[in-house]
Design a binder for this molecule. Structure first.
Ligand code: HEC
Ligand code: HEC
Length: 358
């Protein structure tokens, strides 16, 4: 609320409010430090994937605000994903997760999906738990975190605690250090650009799906590995005629209502300078391109939100909007990336496990 009040104040009184007041709009969650520390190690551990080829950090990289810099994400060995890996800053504040909003319960549930989904980490959590029990570091860390012996429930809970620690810090929009251009951009963002209709509140999202007409990424259908993952997902979600669908249906996969076709959750606009390319399928490369896209009234789609109309921005206004979007990014998370003290340990363990079962 404090933040919203100050935004209103800034509009009325000009830039002085921003120059004087530093705001922390995203208060940290209450986090159990021992659990978060365990969650961080798990996040960087490739033993969470079936064949130990991927950790969470393969697709969510600290120096990219936990996105991966690719238009479309990688996937488990033998596949490739059909969606962009989202950044994870402030992810604990979301009301729903995944680009189509498929998961709406909590981060524990998201962690389960990431670990067990065949085309993500393809892990049987009973095996995962046995792997952790073989690692004396984990035995100590699970106990210190209050979970008892290593368990998959404890692992998911610890991952959730770690994700809650990824909070934006020191963005110019919070510290009161926005440039004049960014301040002009903010006025456009809230006024002429109509951006704040959907990108509202402290995270600049309403957490709801909208159709803005982002074109499909043709690679999903030209690359057989991406297509097969897409088909797997569409079939699982009960999409009729899934073999012949040539578009990402977005929120439709969970609502099955025609008017929700190709609508995607409004993303947060924090930390965008680290997370290019943009949109659910990485189809827009830069923030300049995003602003051009909205200036043209968004893409072409029968279901497109009617609020999107050509904006008629002149070039200085476009620069200002980009400057404002840049002012929503703060300190990099790179410095906090986890460094494995025992780099090869995981690979040794899976060999042991295979021997036991031979
Ligand atoms: C192979 C790449 C990959 C791996 C490994 C991976 N993710 Fe993801 N993650 C994705 C993609 C892609 C999405 C978006 C999927 C979608 O929209 O359907 C995503 C979405 C998420 C989200 C939801 C973000 C949001 O704003 O909706 C969270 C949280 C998350 N991942 C955490 C994790 C954690 C924790 C792990 C490890 C247990 C992990 N991810 C492993 C690719 C990956
Ligand atoms: C009708 C609601 C709506 C309005 C109005 C709107 N947006 Fe968006 N915005 C979205 C949705 C939904 C997405 C994600 C679409 C997708 O993933 O395909 C998005 C994506 C974005 C992204 C990419 C973020 C990322 O992480 O990929 C940026 C940047 C952005 N919008 C900025 C703006 C700006 C600037 C304006 C005003 C000129 C604006 N938006 C107006 C709903 C809206």
């Amino acid at each position: 609320m404090l933040f919203r009040t100050l935004v209103a104040g800034a509009l009325i009184t000009g830039s002085s409010v921003w120059a004087q007041e530093a705001v922390t709009p995203l208060p940290p969650f209450e986090v159990n430090p021992a659990q978060a520390e365990l969650g961080k190690r798990l996040f960087y551990d490739a033993r969470l994937s079936g064949d130990t080829s991927l950790s969470c950090s393969s697709c969510h990289q600290a120096d990219k605000a936990f996105a991966d810099g690719e238009a479309l994400s990688q996937a488990y060995s033998g596949g490739a994903h059909f969606r962009n890996a989202p950044g994870l800053a402030n992810v604990g504040y979301r009301a729903a997760w995944l680009h189509d909003g498929k998961l709406g319960t909590n981060l524990n549930d998201v962690a389960r999906e990431m670990i067990t989904e065949t085309f993500l980490m393809n892990m049987d959590m009973r095996i995962m738990q046995e792997r952790f029990k073989q690692d004396p570091v984990y035995v100590d860390m699970f106990a210190a975190a209050g979970y008892g012996e290593p368990s998959n429930g404890g692992a998911r809970n610890a991952l959730q605690e770690f994700l809650k620690t990824i909070i934006s810090r020191n963005a110019p929009v919070d510290t009161g250090e926005m440039s004049e251009s960014a301040q002009r951009g903010q006025v456009l963002f809230q006024g002429k650009g109509q951006c704040a209709t959907c990108h509202s509140g402290e995270r600049f999202t309403d957490d709801r799906p909208h159709n803005i007409g982002v074109p499909n990424n043709p690679e999903i259908w030209s690359d057989p590995m991406r297509h097969s993952v897409f088909v797997t997902y569409a079939k699982f979600m009960g999409v009729e005629n899934y073999m012949n669908i040539r578009e990402d249906l977005g929120a439709y996969v969970r609502t099955h209502q025609e008017e929700t076709k190709r609508s995607f959750l409004t993303p947060s606009l924090r930390e965008l300078t680290y997370t290019a390319p943009y949109m659910h399928n990485g189809m827009i490369a830069t923030l300049q391109d995003v602003v051009d896209f909205y200036d043209g009234g968004g893409g072409e789609d029968l279901n497109k939100d009617r609020i999107l109309q050509p904006l008629g921005l002149i070039s200085g206004e476009k620069d200002d909007l980009v400057a404002f979007l840049q002012a929503l990014s703060g300190d990099s998370f790179e410095t906090e990336a986890y460094v494995w003290p025992d780099a090869d340990f995981g690979y040794q363990l899976i060999e042991d496990w295979r021997n036991v079962n031979n």
